[in-house]
Design a protein around this ligand. Sequence first.
Ligand SMILES: CC(C)(COP(=O)(O)OP(=O)(O)OC[C@H]1O[C@@H](n2cnc3c(N)ncnc32)[C@H](O)[C@@H]1OP(=O)(O)O)[C@@H](O)C(=O)NCCC(=O)NCCS
Length: 150
Amino acid sequence: MITRYANINDTIEILRMDEKVIHSSSRSGYLSEMIDHHRCLVAEQNASISGFLTFDTNFFGYWFISLVIVDPAYRQKGIATALIKHLEKLCPTSKLFTSTNQSNLPMHNLCDRLGYLKTGIIENLDEGDPEIIYFKRLADENEEIITFYG
Ligand SMILES: CC(C)(COP(=O)(O)OP(=O)(O)OC[C@H]1O[C@@H](n2cnc3c(N)ncnc32)[C@H](O)[C@@H]1OP(=O)(O)O)[C@@H](O)C(=O)NCCC(=O)NCCS
């Protein structure tokens, strides 16, 4: 298995996988934009995509993992771990953020296992299922940025 930036040729496979997981194509525009803007990593196995990750680069000035999706057939084989570890190496800031619904036990376990700490909660996104924010302090060589808070 390798992890790498997604390119335009991966779009159909990524959109198909997302639709299979959330039973909707509502994120297709967002995902296409992330691929175009080099904000998407994929895990590739036997010439097909087994998982992907998208990230934003300006979450209060920090990078933020917005989605991690692994094909159900390939889960619990370390694919999400490999994608996140790859992003941690690319991330230029000293902190990396992510989030998940309170109900998402696999993602909470994944965050704990990779050393992410709970740092906040956002109510009123999904009704009755708050979004839990996590962050990880990365190695010293990841350069600190000058932040500007509102
Ligand atoms: C969450 C998700 C990305 C994990 O991907 P994965 O490739 O299976 O994760 P990994 O194999 O790297 O697992 C690493 C750790 O995560 C935790 N974990 C993963 N799947 C789990 C499950 N079904 N139940 C409990 N813990 C789980 C475990 O701690 C695991 O370590 P272990 O294998 O030593 O027990 C995957 O289940 C998925 O795509 N879910 C649907 C989409 C989603 O909810 N994404 C997260 C929010 S965007």
